[in-house]
Design a protein around this ligand. Structure first.
Ligand code: PLP
Length: 237
């Protein structure tokens, strides 16, 4: 962290799109894309802002968002700020999600949103089940893996990572403030998704990039990310 600050300064001084996007941010985005097995990752200054940014950039008044009842507040707030219509399904209840999707057939975008690991209860979402249900109804799936990243998966790549590709989870959010011990967040996905966020996600566009020392510390944390010990059965409740 100190080395990053010495080399690049204590602050990034501007937003990514002006001249705050430094080499250390670029390197970190590349490393996060590799970690999660996605073509691109985009840094945000906090997880709250990442969730606001994605939902605001993808959704409008026509969009229907289907949220697990125990989703993090930033996901609920993001949909609300986008003006999208949110429906909440019973926690981890795929039949309830299926029923809500069935009832809301529409030509507009439908987005299923869930935590990967639920922040207060610690249980792990059924990602394949969510992906299958979303796909059956032509909906997109967004997973916030704040609590899975660095903990689950053979390489610490989380509850989604390389196990569940972009066909299953096109929108993946991770935070750097939990297992990686620093601050900030990222959205990982296709080139088109990330480019769309660069152009339209206001919480990305209109804020100063994260301090370079924080990005350097995150790169260091990723280097020492231990192999996962969680593969043992019994980690879900
Ligand atoms: C599931 C989840 N998503 C997003 C956030 C927000 O991340 P940040 O603290 O980086 O804003 C948190 C907690 O802080 C969280 O538990």
């Amino acid at each position: 962290m100190a080395e990053g600050a010495r080399r690049h300064g204590a602050g990034a001084r501007a937003s990514h799109l002006v001249n705050g996007h430094l080499a250390v941010h670029e390197a970190l985005e590349g490393r996060l894309a590799d970690l999660t097995g996605r073509p691109r990752a985009l840094l945000f200054s906090t997880g709250y802002m990442a969730n606001l940014g994605v939902l605001q950039a993808l959704c409008d008044e026509e969009t229907r968002v289907f949220q697990d009842r125990l989703n993090h507040a930033s996901l609920i707030d993001g949909a609300r700020l986008a003006g999208a219509r949110s429906r909440r399904f019973h926690h981890a209840d795929l039949a309830d999600l299926d029923r809500l999707l069935e009832r809301s057939a529409t030509g507009a975008l439908r987005l299923v949103v869930s935590d990967g690991v639920f922040s207060m209860d610690g249980d792990i979402a059924d990602i394949p089940g969510l992906a299958t249900t979303a796909r059956r109804h032509g909906a997109w799936l967004m997973i916030d893996d704040a609590h899975g990243l660095g903990v689950l998966g053979e390489r610490g790549d989380g509850s989604v990572g390389h196990t569940h590709g972009m066909d299953e989870v096109p929108v993946l959010v991770g935070t750097l403030s939990k297992a990686l011990g620093t601050a900030g967040a990222f959205v990982a996905g296709s080139e088109a998704l990330v480019e769309h966020l660069v152009q339209f996600a206001r919480p990305y566009i209109y804020t100063t990039a994260q301090p370079p020392g924080v990005a350097a510390a995150t790169l260091a944390a990723l280097e020492i990310l231990p192999p996962s010990r969680n593969a043992a059965p019994g980690c879900t409740r």
